[in-house]
Design a protein around this ligand. Structure first.
Ligand code: ZN
Length: 514
């Protein structure tokens, strides 16, 4: 079928044009955060909004419709390889979603959220949820409409969730989350009963900013980030942006009185950045030059940030370097004391400051609340009360005001409903992938202890990064681990690590030795 081949080549060229626009839009966004003079904000908003409109127009055009109509036919699909099929699948997914929801609804949401972000900032400053409630009400109503237009089975929340994480639904989430919730709540209670109380005060001494940046750059190279094909900068909200295989940029956030802030965010973003640098360059210019999903992307950042970056093998190797940077501050602090301090568990109110054990409870609370809002099971005005009840029940702490309660995250004001679960899913994937990596590479942790992180990086590149978006999250975990996403790996990892740290005698009914 030579016509089909021709048609596919034309389709690929069309997609390349979209990709060039997307890469340019990313560059505008990077510049906005890093270099742009403040007074250019309005001009930049104009440039970005036109660019997004152009991308949307091309993604949903009649031309795209014609391509997809033809290329989605079975007899044509059988002629294509998995990469080309995936390109049609992903472009088709974007197209279907975009054409299902009427333009006026999308525009209404854009208008509401633009204002809602400002209202949210103001409400948070004033610690007043009531100020934000009318905006949230409008956002939830529009999201419910969008769910109806997209269509769903079961909960309307499924339509929103699938937008962020293809193939995920509330039934699967309930299964995964109910187990974690039970196990983590018990574990946190046990930890609180332990007489081991790590001293973390030395982490809040004064650490020079210049030295922290230099150290973080060294850590980035240590984990395998190629600075010749990337850029490392600083911003208030750390982020990573993959513009192309030769241009991956990331930022960190430095706090002179909190040593872990820059180290943690650098390793986290470094995990995202390694993913972007590891995608097969042949996928560049195609829609597939991207992480497989938000959760798979987060699995890479969390694997590096927590399992590696808060692990003993990693610090056994690199701690002397850290001490060398901060001689007077850390000379008397042993590796053991440092390791215990960076893994201190303490129930708290602020999600982004939470430790590895309690973090997922913060996410589960947000998930339960936003799902109930979409399903009309609770009213907007009840959110702060429900928030407090859940924090008390799961974490034993109660916010004193709305700023440290329901107003702490930006997500809802952006209309990002269904996003939060991807954070916890990322942690679960990370533990499951790491379990498999240890199985496939028997000396993995000894090598990490010796300062060799290339075995892990190559394994991740070969098994996950290089694929870009060719496979769905479900396909990836099945191919690598031979089974679906399973929360037992995370639970085992966490119980094993923290029972040693806090000297706990836990019942390990799960047989996975970590
Ligand atoms: Zn992340």
């Amino acid at each position: 079928m030579p016509d089909a081949k021709n048609l596919f080549l034309k389709f690929k060229t069309y997609i390349e044009e979209i990709q060039a626009l997307i890469a340019s839009e990313k560059l505008l966004a990077w510049d906005l955060e890093i270099n742009m003079p403040k007074s250019a904000a309005e001009d930049r908003a104009w440039q970005i909004s036109i660019m997004s409109k152009l991308i949307h127009k091309k993604l949903t055009s009649c031309e795209m419709n014609l391509y997809l109509n033809e290329l989605r036919k079975k007899d044509i699909l059988t002629l294509l390889d998995s990469k080309d099929k995936a390109l049609i699948r992903e472009a088709g997914r974007e197209y279907d979603k975009a054409v299902k929801v009427p333009g006026e609804i999308i525009e209404a949401l854009a208008n509401v959220t633009a204002k809602a972000q400002l209202t949210w900032q103001d409400a948070r400053k004033k610690q007043n949820f009531e100020l934000f409630a009318p905006s949230l009400e409008k956002i939830i109503a529009l999201k419910q409409k969008i769910a109806d237009y997209i269509g769903y089975t079961g909960s309307p929340y499924n339509a929103l969730l699938d937008d962020y994480e293809e193939g995920m639904n509330t039934e699967k989430l309930e299964n995964l989350f109910s187990k974690i919730k039970k196990e983590i709540i018990t574990l946190v209670q046990e930890i609180q009963k332990s007489n081991i109380k790590p001293d973390t005060s030395f982490l809040n001494l004064s650490f020079s900013k210049e030295k922290q940046i230099a150290l973080c750059q060294e850590i980035l190279e240590f984990i395998g980030f190629d600075l010749n094909k990337g850029h490392f900068g600083e911003s208030t909200h750390p982020f990573t942006i993959g513009i192309g295989p030769n241009d991956v940029r990331l930022t960190t956030r430095v706090n002179e009185n909190n040593l872990l802030c820059a180290i943690g965010s650098t390793i986290h973003e470094g995990g995202h950045a390694l993913y972007e640098q590891g995608i097969d360059p042949a996928l560049y210019k195609s829609y597939l030059f991207n992480g497989a999903s938000l959760a798979i992307h987060e699995s890479q950042s969390r694997l590096y940030e927590t399992i590696i970056g808060q692990g003993l093998p990693f610090w056994s190797s690199i701690y002397p370097k850290l001490q060398n940077y901060f001689k007077s501050e850390l000379n008397d602090i042993s590796l053991d004391k440092f390791y215990k301090a960076i893994n201190k568990v303490e129930p708290s109110l602020i999600r982004i400051e939470a430790d590895e054990v309690t973090y997922n409870l913060h996410i589960i609370i947000r998930y339960e609340i936003e799902k109930d809002l979409i399903e009309n099971k609770i009213k907007i005005k009840e959110v702060p009360e429900v928030w407090s009840e859940k924090y008390q029940k799961y974490l034993g702490v109660i916010p004193k005001n709305h700023a440290e309660g329901a107003l702490q995250d930006i997500h809802w004001s952006l209309g990002a409903i269904g996003y939060f679960p991807t954070y916890t899913l990322g942690n679960l994937y990370a533990a499951q992938f790491y379990f498999q990596a240890k199985k496939d590479i028997p000396n993995l942790e000894n090598e990490i202890e010796k300062g060799n992180l290339s075995l892990l990086r190559n394994w991740l590149k070969e098994k996950i990064h290089s694929y870009g978006m060719i496979e769905t999250p479900e396909q990836i975990v099945k191919r690598i681990c031979g089974q679906e996403l399973n929360s037992d790996y995370f639970i085992s990892y966490i119980k094993d690590k923290y029972s040693k740290l806090y000297n706990l005698k836990l019942k390990q009914e799960t047989i996975l030795s970590y």
